[in-house]
Design a binder for this molecule. Sequence first.
Ligand SMILES: [Cu+2]
Length: 125
Amino acid sequence: MKTPSKWISAAALLAVVTGYPIQVRAHSFPDKETPAAGQNVPSPPSEVVIDFDAPIEKLFAKLEVTGADGQNLAVGSPQVSDDGSQLSVKLGALKPGDYTVKWAVVCIDTHHTNGSYTFTVANGS
Ligand SMILES: [Cu+2]
């Protein structure tokens, strides 16, 4: 005869032991940014692209690119690739200077992550 209570406690213990690391791994953080964080690009990029290490929800993805005056220079809405791994937005013509990229996403297990980084458009001459 089986002893259900033993099975239940074993499952509960397993959830406690493994639950936390599984959730951490499922959070979506940037794997790669284009332009890269801190990069000094020789010519103005036409878009900003961020690759994530875990799929993100299309509905809640935010991506802003602001210049020194704080104005958002993204053109149109941010786009999420079909597999949820890539977030991108088109840019208007950027002048030389420093730009801040701000992103906020929700991964498929509903965890929110966000962050920001800067890149520089060099003085082309
Ligand atoms: Cu998560």
